[in-house]
Design a protein around this ligand. Structure first.
Ligand SMILES: *Cc1c(COP(=O)(O)O)cnc(C)c1O
Length: 393
């Protein structure tokens, strides 16, 4: 009996899951840089178009892309994964596939900037209304439900202040309302949190972040049960065309091989940096999901197996935050995250600048906050760099 890859440890799934070797026996997965595919006969083409397994056209699927999808699905514990050209393509398709004119969405109010744009500006054009809630408040989710609520959207931990939502409890509220729960799992990664196992219906990723993790390509993914994925997304993705390119699929496939190693080391480094920040007099507050003083530490203990590599900290005002960033010598000033290279950003003037100030204040995002994505540099060098920059703040 061949082993079932679903029984493998996550490290084994990351390296071997989804591999479809060609007759050449290559060790590194093949890059199929091809738009279309030829059929042995007119009858074979007829059968393929009629639904027989096999490839037709790159917009529908590609062997390299499928290896990435199958590997990520195995790592997530999902029945099915569909890759997209970016994280935003995944979020947009995830919502469009579940909603139609006249439907209502409930969304956590702390969302990645472009996700907020889709929810606030794009969905209303198609007749979908949204209620934003404080995602940590279960009563608020319940109170937001309407008879036409069809989907819930939450990012947890959320950008940039890393608030955490109880996925299981929110899934129950969604299901009682006849709605599907979509979780943006970017900050936790498949290594630390499995939303589907906790009750979510759909998981989305920006693979641009930790899955690449080396600053090269954009990518995204939607994961869930096969029946829902087929019903909600098969035709939508085929006909609207957010397909991930074979080259980017290959880069991300190779990224998955080292995802666990990288995320574990980044997280070790982040724990040390969070400690150093907490000990420094200039830091008013540190928020890190790996610390017992995180506001939702009890929920984290229930649903995450690690704190991740992102830390938010408050230096009081914009001048102190900017002084900190400008004094860094190793860590880059950059808005990306999950990379091998550590990066720090000032959310209120960069990633969240398009959010009206009143809404920023609602999520607690004042101008003193800095977000750092801790990378793979030596922990000693990073601590020295951060401490020096804090002195300068
Ligand atoms: C980056 C990010 C996205 C968007 O992904 P892209 O690959 O940049 O399109 C969506 N959600 C979260 C939480 C992100 O961090």
């Amino acid at each position: 009996m061949p082993e079932d890859p679903r029984d493998w440890e996550i490290e084994t799934r990351a390296v071997r899951g989804g591999m479809a070797r060609t007759p050449y026996g290559e060790i590194s997965e093949a890059l199929f840089l091809t738009q279309s595919f030829a059929y042995d006969s007119a009858e074979a083409a007829d059968r393929r178009f009629g639904g027989e397994p096999g490839f037709i056209y790159q917009r529908f699927g590609n062997p390299t892309t499928q290896m990435f999808e199958d590997r990520l699905a195995l790592m997530e514990g999902a029945e099915m994964c569909r890759a997209t050209a970016s994280g935003m393509a995944a979020v947009q398709a995830a919502l469009m596939g579940l909603l139609k004119a006249g439907d209502h969405l409930v969304a956590g109010r702390a969302l990645f900037g472009s996700c907020r744009w889709i929810v606030s500006n794009l969905l209303p054009r198609f007749g979908v209304e949204t209620t934003y809630v404080d995602a940590t408040d279960l009563e608020a989710w319940k109170a937001a439900v309407r008879p036409n609520t069809r989907a819930f959207l939450v990012e947890t931990p959320a950008n940039p202040l890393l608030e955490v939502t109880a996925i299981g409890a929110v899934a129950e509220i969604a299901h009682a309302a006849g709605a599907k729960l979509v979780v943006d799992n970017v900050f936790a990664t498949p290594i630390f949190q499995k939303p589907l196992a906790l009750g979510a219906d759909i998981v989305v990723y920006s693979a641009t972040k930790h899955i690449d993790g080396q600053g090269r390509v954009l990518g995204g993914a939607i994961l869930g049960a096969e029946a829902l994925m087929t019903e909600a997304y098969k035709d939508l993705l085929r006909h609207t065309g957010p397909a991930l390119s074979p080259f980017n699929s290959w880069v991300l496939l190779k990224g998955l091989e080292t995802l666990e190693l990288r995320v574990m080391r980044q997280t070790q480094n982040a724990a040390k940096i969070a400690e150093a920040m907490d000990a420094h007099g200039k830091v008013r507050r540190v928020i890190y999901p790996g610390r017992p003083d995180h506001p939702q530490a009890a929920i984290i203990a229930n649903q995450m197996t690690g704190g991740g590599n992102v830390i938010a900290f408050d230096l009081g005002d914009r001048a102190a935050a900017w002084n900190f960033l400008d004094a860094l010598q190793i860590v880059d000033i950059s808005n990306n995250l999950g990379d091998a290279k550590s990066m720090a950003t000032h959310p209120s003037t960069t990633t969240h600048r398009s959010m009206p100030e009143a809404e920023r204040l609602e999520i607690g995002l004042t101008e003193g906050w800095v977000r750092i994505s801790v990378g793979l540099e030596g922990a000693g060098d990073l601590s020295r760099d951060v401490n020096r920059a804090l002195d300068a703040a």
